[in-house]
Design a protein around this ligand. Structure first.
Ligand SMILES: *[C@@H]1O[C@H](CO)[C@@H](O)[C@H](O)[C@H]1NC(C)=O
Ligand SMILES: *[C@@H]1O[C@H](CO)[C@@H](O)[C@H](O)[C@H]1NC(C)=O
Ligand SMILES: *[C@@H]1O[C@H](CO)[C@@H](O)[C@H](O)[C@H]1NC(C)=O
Ligand SMILES: *[C@@H]1O[C@H](CO)[C@@H](O)[C@H](O)[C@H]1NC(C)=O
Ligand SMILES: *[C@@H]1O[C@H](CO)[C@@H](O)[C@H](O)[C@H]1NC(C)=O
Ligand SMILES: *[C@@H]1O[C@H](CO)[C@@H](O)[C@H](O)[C@H]1NC(C)=O
Ligand SMILES: *[C@@H]1O[C@H](CO)[C@@H](O)[C@H](O)[C@H]1NC(C)=O
Ligand SMILES: *[C@@H]1O[C@H](CO)[C@@H](O)[C@H](O)[C@H]1NC(C)=O
Ligand SMILES: *[C@@H]1O[C@H](CO)[C@@H](O)[C@H](O)[C@H]1NC(C)=O
Ligand SMILES: *[C@@H]1O[C@H](CO)[C@@H](O)[C@H](O)[C@H]1NC(C)=O
Ligand SMILES: *[C@@H]1O[C@H](CO)[C@@H](O)[C@H](O)[C@H]1NC(C)=O
Length: 431
């Protein structure tokens, strides 16, 4: 009992001490500090065509009435600074780091440039930083790692250079990280995959290289990984889907990944979109993809995939988009594929597929099909007359095959069609 009491005394003393410490710290700044910080920002605005700041950010009025500024109800200090889309140009002054109660900092879609001052690391209460669509041409500062309450970090659509700091893995509350559309290079630090709160990760459209970062922790929150248009290489690690039970989107197109597509990809059972196109994948399409039943979009085009299209893909009942174009696929198109009633787009362009189009009523089984691309294969036989009953078809490309027979008059029944390619076959007759 005495032992417990002394423990309570120690804990209480500790709590009181930390309370005093934070009070002292908060007392060292006040609303006047916030005003100085905002006036420093105003001073650093070099372009303000609408004169918003000049007119509105007047010391005659409380900063809490200034446009873009929101103060907290209790502490009456600046809680939100949102000057997004004001059309401003300028730089971020170090004094902004004195807005000690700031939670949301949104300066997106202006033309801020210059550095991201180290003093911003003092903004320990920050939950959101939105610097997207600006003109920052610097490295990502490593101090971001110390913002342990940050949930949303948008630095996309700038001119950021250098590497992604390892310290970002220390942002233990981060949910969304968007660094897309910059000029970041180097490795993707695997420390990012230590953030258990992470939900969306977008590093697309950079110059990142090396291999897919390793994942060693279960990440049930992670739903979106976008690494599109980088220079990533090597194989796709077979273990990743062990740790990503709720991943919904995996976009890896326009990289230099090679090797086989691991069959273990099917362990990402919640995937709705899988894009592996524009890489150097070889080997067969894993039949296990057929049991990723949530898939709506499957892009495997522009690789070096060979062999037959697995008939298991015919089990993907929710599939809306299937693109296998520009591979070296052979054999016939499994008839079950023509039974996927959600398909809007089917693209088999430039493979070596053989066989006929299904003679039975395609449109009845593909009621929402809009785009059908089959050109550049070795398909034979007649073009089934019922194809012209698919009233939703907008694009039909069957050129560069070995189709034969006559072009039917009923072709004119496709009222929505805007592109029709039938050339370079053995067709006869005029429309
Ligand atoms: C803010 O604090 C400074 C000193 O740190 C003090 O001079 C000033 O009067 C305070 N302003 C308000 C509004 O409390
Ligand atoms: C501030 O208030 C003074 C006195 O009321 C006034 O003369 C001045 O025009 C005001 N300035 C602005 C920027 O509103
Ligand atoms: C500044 O803008 C805010 C929001 O539009 C407005 O409520 C306030 O009256 C304006 N203040 C001045 C001095 O123009
Ligand atoms: C900032 O303001 C814009 C425009 O009003 C709004 O769309 C956006 O959600 C705001 N940002 C934050 C973080 O609240
Ligand atoms: C940026 O803001 C301008 C107005 O200042 C608007 O026209 C444009 O659509 C915005 N762009 C983005 C990407 O939000
Ligand atoms: C605010 O920030 C600046 C620059 O970081 C610093 O010089 C100043 O002392 C800070 N404190 C106050 C109360 O303005
Ligand atoms: C992450 O935080 C830990 C604990 O504060 C620290 O030791 C480590 O150096 C940090 N890592 C990076 C890369 O900043
Ligand atoms: C990054 O990816 C996410 C998830 O798909 C998407 O919502 C977001 O628009 C992307 N960002 C940009 C700048 O394209
Ligand atoms: C997926 O398919 C493979 C082989 O086709 C099978 O071994 C595996 O158990 C299936 N997984 C699920 C979750 O159905
Ligand atoms: C396509 O579906 C129809 C009706 O659901 C069924 O009768 C037919 O056997 C299916 N064909 C294939 C190849 O799965
Ligand atoms: C095309 O339309 C004509 C006139 O409406 C109709 O007689 C013909 O059966 C239709 N052809 C097909 C294949 O649906």
């Amino acid at each position: 009992m005495a032992k417990n009491n002394s423990l309570i005394v120690i804990i209480t003393a500790f709590l009181v001490q930390s309370l005093i410490f934070s009070l002292v710290k908060a007392a060292s700044t006040n609303i006047t500090t916030d005003q100085h910080a905002l006036l420093a920002l105003k001073d650093h605005i070099t372009y303000d065509p609408a004169n918003l700041m000049a007119k509105n950010w007047s010391t005659n009025t409380s900063i809490c009435t200034w446009i873009g500024v929101t103060c907290g109800v209790r502490h009456h200090r600046v809680r939100v600074l949102n000057i997004s889309c004001f059309g401003l140009g300028g730089t971020v002054p170090p004094q902004l780091g004195n807005l000690s109660f700031l939670q949301l900092l949104d300066i997106r879609n202006n033309s801020f440039s210059g550095s991201l001052p180290d003093e911003l690391a003092q903004l320990r209460r920050l939950k959101l930083v939105n610097f997207m669509f600006s003109s920052f041409h610097v490295e990502i500062p490593s101090w971001f790692g110390s913002l342990s309450k940050l949930q949303y970090m948008f630095l996309n659509n700038n001119n950021l250079v250098g590497t992604i700091p390892l310290s970002l893995g220390n942002m233990s509350s981060l949910q969304v990280l968007d660094l897309s559309f910059n000029q970041l290079s180097g490795t993707i630090p695997s420390s990012i995959f230590q953030i258990s709160s992470l939900e969306r990760l977008n590093l697309s459209y950079n110059q990142l290289s090396d291999s897919f970062p390793s994942i060693n922790f279960n990440l049930p929150s992670l739903q979106v990984i976008h690494f599109k248009s980088n220079s990533l290489s090597g194989g796709l690690p077979s273990h990743i889907c062990n740790y990503l039970p709720n991943l919904k989107m995996l976009a890896l197109s326009r990289n230099m990944f090679d090797g086989q597509i691991p069959s273990t990809i099917s362990k990402c059972q919640q995937l709705q979109m899988l894009s592996l196109s524009y890489n150097n994948f070889i080997g067969y399409i894993p039949k296990e993809i057929g049991n990723m039943t949530m898939l709506k979009k499957l892009y495997l085009g522009i690789n070096e995939l060979q062999g037959e299209i697995p008939h298991e893909l015919g089990s993907l009942a929710r599939l809306e988009v299937l693109s296998l174009r520009n591979n070296i696929l052979t054999g016939t198109i499994p008839s079950r594929i023509f039974n996927l009633s959600s398909l809007r787009m089917m693209d088999f362009t430039d493979n070596s597929l053989t066989g006929n189009l299904p003679p039975e009523n395609m449109c009845q089984h593909l009621p929402v099909l809009q785009e059908l691309y089959m050109s550049g294969n070795k398909l034979t036989g007649r073009i089934p007359n019922n194809l012209w009953q698919c009233s939703n078809l907008q694009i039909v490309s069957l050129s560069f095959n070995q189709f034969e027979g006559s072009i039917p008059r009923d072709i004119g029944n496709l009222t929505l069609i805007n592109q029709l390619f039938l050339g370079y076959n053995n067709l006869i007759g005029t429309i």
